[in-house]
Write a new protein. Structure first.
Lengths: 114, 115
């Protein structure tokens, strides 16, 4: 059972445009929502994360929007650049559980055309 | 600073051969350690995790096993590889859960092709 559902699977955006990736979850115990960015041939790296006590977090051109009642969160990349072309994974975890393991979405392959 | 080393970067092995992938972490003590497998369109699948030396938990029944012989060393093994074992294998570590915002740190992976 997929704990975190991510869409779209792939996304093509023109340089300067806005990239939006959406994720949804069911487990109300989740209380930590990170996004990871992965370039080809590399491991994923933490990009930005949010806790459910805030509705939005912004770091540079990257913004997480969080809707607790809808159990949804999304990543917005403003002024998308070719260097943003990568695979993006959303994730969620229950930090109070024994391991606090992360459940990942299936990833979105973003391509930004110059 | 903490670093994670994973090797080899690529590996081509025949069906039925053994496998040993190694991962080591530097700059931290008693990390949580993980093995993930990444398949196209299927995201990151957690295979094994370890919260201490000799403590291994398996998430998915499969042809693989893991061991943690030292605090910062994690090994993924197989006695006989199957074609379906091909994939991109990622090792990762995190600080034990006392740190709320502790992220997961990944190595650069091993691309395994079983022929």
């Amino acid at each position: 059972q997929q704990q975190v559902k991510q869409s779209p699977q792939s996304l093509i955006v023109q340089k300067g445009g806005i990239s939006i990736i959406n994720c949804a979850y069911e487990n109300t115990a989740f209380d930590y929502f990170p996004w990871y960015q992965q370039f080809p041939g590399k491991g994923p790296a933490l990009l930005i994360a949010i806790r459910p006590d805030v509705s939005e977090k912004k770091e540079g051109r990257f913004t997480i929007s969080f809707n607790k009642s809808a159990k949804q969160f999304s990543l917005h990349i403003m002024d998308s650049q070719p260097g943003d072309s990568a695979t993006y994974f959303c994730a969620a975890s229950d930090r109070g559980s024994t391991l606090g393991r992360l459940y990942f979405g299936r990833g979105t392959q973003l391509t930004v055309w110059p | 600073s903490q670093t994670i080393h994973q090797w080899p970067a690529t590996l081509v092995q025949p069906v039925g051969s053994p496998l040993s992938l190694e991962c080591t972490v530097e700059g931290t003590s008693n990390p949580n350690l993980y093995w993930y497998r990444q398949a196209a369109g299927r995201g990151l699948q957690l295979l094994f995790y370890s919260v201490g030396i000799g403590q291994i938990s398996s998430e998915v029944p499969q042809n693989l096993s893991a061991s943690r012989p030292q605090d910062r060393q994690f090994i993924l093994s197989s006695k006989k590889l199957l074609l379906s074992d091909s994939g991109f294998y990622l090792c990762a570590w995190s600080v034990p859960r006392e740190s709320y915002n502790s992220p997961l740190h990944f190595g650069n992976g091993t691309r395994l092709t079983v022929t």
